[in-house]
Write a protein that binds this ligand. Structure first.
Ligand SMILES: O=C(O)C1=C[C@@H](OP(=O)(O)O)[C@@H](O)[C@H](O)C1
Ligand SMILES: C=C(OP(=O)(O)O)C(=O)O
Length: 462
């Protein structure tokens, strides 16, 4: 397929006015010039806990019938927002000594009754805005939800309509986004419910997590055409199973949860395998090896797919006997080893897309990555953002209805806007390994799921 990189005006999620400002860089303390890799890598890293697992276990611990201990939880903006949301609803969450690797463990004691009359800040966290409302509807009293300016662009209609269909009073302005408020009555009857979750799997996960506490449980049916991120729904089902709640799926797109107690749990959170993507991808770009320690032997995290996705780009992947995964990128781009173009359907793992698109932008052949149309509703419109930033560096990329198409091109350095999106910032860092002068306008966006990113990235190159 022929792709042109200069086909008329492009949408900018910042709007035209802000483009000049952003192109000159964000606030000085947030700007970050991506370090280039002079030599092939020989790095070994430990990654902090999974955002998706930490926030699921926090929600389930809040609804459980006994205390839970989360070992090695993630401490990041998204998990802090979840902790604060649950605390405000009456959940006791205490930081206790852990093994010290990545901050304290969390001891969570659920209240007898969740309490309302609170406002919840969702920040930009999809897991907070989609998982907390069904739980908050079990509280007594009003609960208001809002978030960052950019969070007000993320799809929320399915949560709002689902709660109404379950008999919850919801006040909103009809736009299907934050802000909105609900009036919890201390209980939800539950039963049959049809929703369209094509914009986000998190609509399904949020309802399933709270459903064991509904009087009649739930029979949840997805009616839309596509359902993205299925592994994240499987993760939800597994987390419930680990706490004694059975979820049946009699047919694809239907889940049945019986009312049941949710058990307290002592659980160790796995490292975040989606956040492994830029680090493992770095081996393909700079060459050499990157090893991620503590790779779980069995997991529901979609990041585990990296071990068979990265070989499509030309990487060699090894599962080491000590539970580590090593990616070998050979001589790397500077040593003459090319990255292969790919044709990928990423509908199950959209969250890996920014890192894989960064690899595709450096590839020697054309790439087509599809199944990711719903990324337009992520932290930013990721398809527009990747297109704008890669184009600005001289890349050849264009948007498809549900994905991106890239052609080989020589990239040159320049500003790289993060659009408040952690994965945009890390995609810029990847390209900057071999393209001198890529300046990310706001590296602090990585605090959403990996506040340690700048130090870990520097350590990769040490
Ligand atoms: O449930 C979760 O923890 C997530 C589900 C996915 O959301 P979408 O289905 O909206 O892509 C994923 O992209 C997001 O990063 C985390
Ligand atoms: C889409 C993402 O986040 P969220 O949980 O906010 O949806 C992501 O981390 O890539």
């Amino acid at each position: 397929m022929l792709v042109s990189n200069n086909s008329g005006p492009r949408f900018s999620p910042y709007g035209d006015e802000d483009r000049t400002e952003a192109a000159t860089g964000g606030p000085a303390d947030r700007r970050w010039v991506a370090p280039t890799a002079a030599d092939p890598l020989n790095a070994r890293i430990m990654l902090p806990g999974s955002k998706s697992l930490t926030n699921r276990e926090l929600v389930l611990s809040a609804l459980a019938d006994a205390p839970s201990l989360l070992r090695r939880p993630l401490h990041s903006r998204d998990t802090r927002l979840m902790v604060e949301a649950l605390r405000s609803l009456g959940v006791d969450i205490e930081e206790v000594d852990g093994d010290g690797a990545f901050g304290p463990d969390l001891l969570i004691t659920p209240p007898d009754e969740l309490t309302g009359s609170v406002s919840i800040d969702c920040g930009l966290a999809g897991t907070v805005m989609r998982f907390v409302p069904p739980l908050a509807a079990l509280a007594l009293g009003p609960v208001a939800f809002d978030g960052d300016e950019s969070a007000r662009r993320r799809p929320m209609r399915t949560t709002v309509e689902a709660l109404r269909a379950l008999g919850v009073d919801v006040n909103d302005d009809g736009r299907g986004t934050l802000p909105f408020s609900l009036w919890g009555r201390g209980a939800i009857r539950g039963g049959e419910l049809a929703i369209d979750a094509s914009a986000s799997s998190q609509f399904v996960s949020g309802l399933l997590l709270a459903a064991p506490r509904f009087e009649e449980g739930i029979v949840l049916r997805h009616t839309g055409e596509h359902l993205p991120s299925m592994p994240h729904i499987e993760m939800t089902v597994q987390c419930l199973a680990d706490r004694g709640v059975r979820v049946d799926s009699p047919e694809p797109g239907v889940w049945v949860v019986e009312p049941a107690p949710i058990a307290g749990l002592d659980v160790t959170i796995e490292p975040d395998l989606s956040n492994a993507a830029p680090f493992l991808g770095a081996a393909l770009i700079a060459g050499g090896t990157v090893t991620v320690d503590g790779w779980p032997a069995r997991t529901t995290q979609v990041g585990a797919d990296l071990t068979h996705l990265l070989p499509h780009f030309g990487a060699t992947v090894r599962h080491d006997a000590d539970g580590a995964v090593t990616v070998d990128g050979g001589e790397g781009l500077r040593g003459g080893r090319a990255i292969s173009g790919v044709t990928l359907d990423l509908s199950t793992g959209g969250e890996l897309a920014p890192a894989l698109v960064a690899l595709a932008a450096l590839a020697a052949g054309p790439s087509t990555i599809t199944g990711i149309g719903h990324l337009r509703g992520h932290e930013t419109d990721r398809l527009a953002a990747l297109t704008a930033e890669i184009t600005a560096l001289g890349g050849a990329i264009r948007e498809l209805e549900d994905g991106l198409a890239l052609e080989p091109a020589t990239l040159t350095g320049g500003p790289w806007r993060a659009y408040e999106d952690h994965r945009m910032a890390t995609a810029g860092a990847m390209i900057g390994l071999v393209v001198e002068g890529v300046e990310v306008d706001d590296i602090t966006t990585t605090a959403k799921t990996l506040p340690e990113f700048p130090e870990l990235w520097q350590g990769l190159l040490a």
